[in-house]
Ligand binder design. Structure first.
Ligand code: AN7
Length: 353
């Protein structure tokens, strides 16, 4: 029987004894070796993708949401609320439905991927689109939750990070140790903060004998941590990480510096190159944000960063089906059909009839 994360890692995730566990059997995602892509990037890396798109709502957010909604329910809340670039709202809506709770989500108008919006609506959330970006939405949610009995389930909620640290546990459990590098996209920076916490806890308990270097990538149009200042008008094709003032900014700096890692940025065209290359070389389809760390690994490899054989894990944070518009935008040529004849199809394939 597959169990959810709170049961699987109960020694590491504290919830009250009498709490009703709100779970969709999240976690247990596959760590998939990506040898063809690795070969195209560098001869020095053994590359694995932690495919978080295979969580119940299609992103890593479910790891934190099982904890946040379990605790919100246990604390007596009836409603949860979040601001979101999309995946948090999809996950919050699903777990709230599972808990029999209400969910309110604030999203930046016109800037969330279609699949994510569909999920929030189908799970019965109250979806409010604002004329503003994610950072403004989060400020509003913080202010509203402070003065009402609504539980805030963004990653400023510490239970979210507790749940999300389990990604590090699973990677170590699979590899038998920490990888040399763990690379991921950075938006609000909750994930890099949580994963680093997970590795440190496992290391303290002798579950691994080394710690990884934590490496994060932002999109160059939304790279506050790299620039060292808030970005007022963040913009990138990777809408999931279109964030100008990360909530866990300090946590990300800490993870980077304590681990001896790196946080950099990549352009939208570098992101789109990897966005297409991963599914076409490895059969793993992810949303654009996940291509940022892959583009980043390529950039680092080209600069000689990996000077010996190393193991690199990249978190593939969300499923490609989340964002059909961006995907189809790259394939607009396939819109017209051919006659239903053998000749026309042979011709379309490029075979002689
Ligand atoms: C696919 O859903 O912030 O650095 O509101 O959906 O922990 O914020 C999503 C973030 C990476 C960045 N990849 O993670 C939201 C939201 C995907 C994401 C990130 C997000 P953090």
């Amino acid at each position: 029987m597959i169990e959810g994360l709170i049961q699987k890692y109960h020694q590491w995730l504290e919830v009250p004894d009498n709490a009703e566990l709100i779970s969709l059997n999240e976690g247990n995602t596959p760590l998939i070796e990506l040898p063809r892509l690795a070969k195209l990037i560098s001869s020095n890396i053994k590359l694995y993708g932690k495919f978080e798109g295979l969580n119940p709502t299609g992103s890593f957010k479910d790891r934190g949401m099982t904890m946040a909604v379990t605790m919100a329910k246990s604390d007596g809340s009836h409603t949860v609320m979040c601001a979101s670039t999309g995946n948090t709202s999809a996950s919050a809506a699903a777990y709230a439905a599972r808990a029999g709770m209400k969910c309110i989500v604030l999203i930046p108008g016109g800037k969330i991927a279609l699949g994510k919006l569909t999920q929030a609506l189908m799970h019965g959330a109250k979806v409010i689109s604002i004329d503003g970006n994610f950072d403004e939405a989060l400020n509003l949610v913080r202010s509203i939750c402070k003065s009402s009995p609504i539980a805030l389930v963004n990653s400023v909620n510490p239970y979210r990070l507790q749940g999300q640290k389990t990604v590090a546990f699973e990677i170590v459990d699979d590899l038998g140790n920490s990888p040399d590098y763990h690379v991921m996209p950075v938006g609000n920076a909750g994930n890099v903060t949580a994963a680093w916490m997970g590795y440190k806890e496992y290391y303290s308990s002798h579950k691994c004998s080394k710690l990884p270097k934590m490496v994060g990538f932002q999109a160059s149009g939304a790279a506050p941590i790299v620039l060292g200042h808030v970005v007022e008008h963040p913009d990138t094709v990777a809408t999931a990480i279109r964030i100008g003032n990360p909530a866990s900014w300090k946590g990300a700096i800490c993870a980077r510096d304590e681990s001896g890692g790196y946080i950099g940025s990549v352009t939208d065209s570098e992101i789109l190159e990897m966005y297409q290359l991963l599914p076409s070389t490895e059969g793993v389809f992810v949303e654009p944000a996940c291509a940022a760390p892959l583009a980043g690994i390529k950039k680092l490899a080209q600069s000689g960063y990996f000077d010996k054989q190393v193991t690199v894990v990249v978190t593939l944070t969300g499923h490609g089906l989340k964002d059909p518009d961006t995907a189809m935008g790259m394939h607009s040529a396939i819109t017209s059909s051919v006659p239903a004849t053998r000749e026309a199809v042979m011709d379309a394939i490029g075979l002689e009839t």
